[in-house]
Design a protein around this ligand. Sequence first.
Ligand SMILES: Nc1ncnc2c1ncn2[C@@H]1O[C@H](COP(=O)(O)OP(=O)(O)OP(=O)(O)O)[C@@H](O)[C@H]1O
Length: 574
Amino acid sequence: MKQVFRIFFTAEGTRPWAVLFCLLLAGFAEVISLSALLPTIQAIASEGTNSAGSPAVVLIHDFMSKFGIAPTLPNLVIVVVVFFALKTLLSFVALSYAGIAIAHVSTTLRRQLISALFNARWSYYTQLHAGRVANTISGDAAFAAAAYFVAAQVVAYSIQGIVYGLVAFLVDWRLALLGIGVGVVIAAALNWLVDVAKRAGYKRADRTSDLTKFITDLINNIKPLKTMNRYDKLVAQMTGILKRLRKALATREVARQGLAQGSELLIIIALGVGVYLAVTIAKVSLAELVVLGIVFFQVLSIINRLQKFLQQAAENESAYIRTEELIASAVAARETHTGTLPPTLTKECRFEDVTFAHEETPVVRNANLSIKVGSITVLQGGSGAGKTTLIDLLIGLHMPDSGKITLDGVSLADIDIKQWRRSIGYVPQELSLLHTTIRDNLTLGDTEISDDAIKLALDQAGASDFILEMPRGLDTEVGSMGAKLSGGQRQRIALARALVTKPKLLILDEVTSALDPDTEQSICENIAALRGQYTTVAITHRPAWTEVATHLYKVEKGSVTKAHLPRKAKVPTA
Ligand SMILES: Nc1ncnc2c1ncn2[C@@H]1O[C@H](COP(=O)(O)OP(=O)(O)OP(=O)(O)O)[C@@H](O)[C@H]1O
């Protein structure tokens, strides 16, 4: 219940106080309308002034006399109808607004999540599961918005419940107390079903997330799994998750039905007992009995609906909480670069005694190296030696634990890191393309990149020929993660993507590992011909690269040493 109210009052951009104000006004209108009902029925039944002393009748008489309206039957009927219509209109406005705000809530949550994710530091992504993000963006955010709407309904019905309770007090306080007592007993008796639904809601959210994470992993690894026909054990694990999800859904449904049927039964019993006590013990008049009957029935059905909405809110609350948790974790992992200086690269990038550890494990130890502008610097070393980590430090994805990295003598810590990254062209080791066209993979949505720039980058990356042979050329769809292309074609498109913005620094991590020697040779020569224009750092063991390299460093267990080039760099004349 606490969470439900928190969601209603804190969901961004939903104007909870305006909604609450409308609902309170609606409640006030309903008190007037219902209070006018008692003298109206008395007048119709010609019961005279039997209940003239009832607080409800006093209230309505006072109210009407304030406005100079005589308490005649037609006037009373008008008050009942007008104020009931007013209540309906205000409730309609408040709940319609809350309904419209659903889209706003889900959009806001999604926007917050996307923004937080893209501003998080690199180490956060290494733990983040793509499936969880996909599940939250597509599913949980929508459920979370539903949680907000249901929370608004809970608030609306809570106010209505209070209003009816108040009217019951105005008619006959003893019976009102009895009715409210019965309502509380019914609510308490069935509350465990709300808890059951809440637990089922959390299980549903977690199992759905597990399922999405699992299936995302399987699809990403589908080729080896299918090739080796080894997916059956993993699919069996997924069946386990499906079973648990089905159980959570079944529990939720049983709890829902139990609540619906159970509360109906208890309401009928309570009404029967209430009418009997009202007639035999309290000896209320017919008019009072009718009004109390209406009020009781309404109070009990409000409790019924309130519990139903509370149950729904409890089910959906899990999605809201999980979405908030993911946003909070991404916000907590926000990159904390404070540098503001514009990056320049006219002389060199330097590593000065740089040390870095992943968690507790040292990966880079007192590294010193210099990447001269216009050079082709090759890093070589065994697997796990720390080459990619050195590059990640240069990009600013990690910050050194000690020592510093400088650009033209200025510490990277003082440089505007986003601007620095805008001047880097990067081809990662594990490359994967976006599921769109070749053109979109090159421009990455930047409409200012011209077709001429694209053509030049493709030529430099040795990708023009095979694209020209494709019937749809640049508009060819590359498939999921680029699966419709060969490994070498993907590498060349990734290289063209890095070159298309004419970066200051070109970082190539095993960029030609999937290419035949001739294609690799021609790419190396292209890069060598561009030596004056680009500063290139390449992680590679391929001889074609050492032939064009101007500097060579060996990386072993995180230590960097300068090495001699096997032979003088062969630099073709441009
Ligand atoms: N995010 C991380 N968290 C913890 N340890 C990591 C992380 N990334 C890399 N490592 C560890 O750091 C070490 C260096 O990894 P790195 O990727 O820099 O090696 P590499 O020289 O590029 O290897 P390869 O040639 O195989 O790609 C490895 O032992 C690796 O397990």
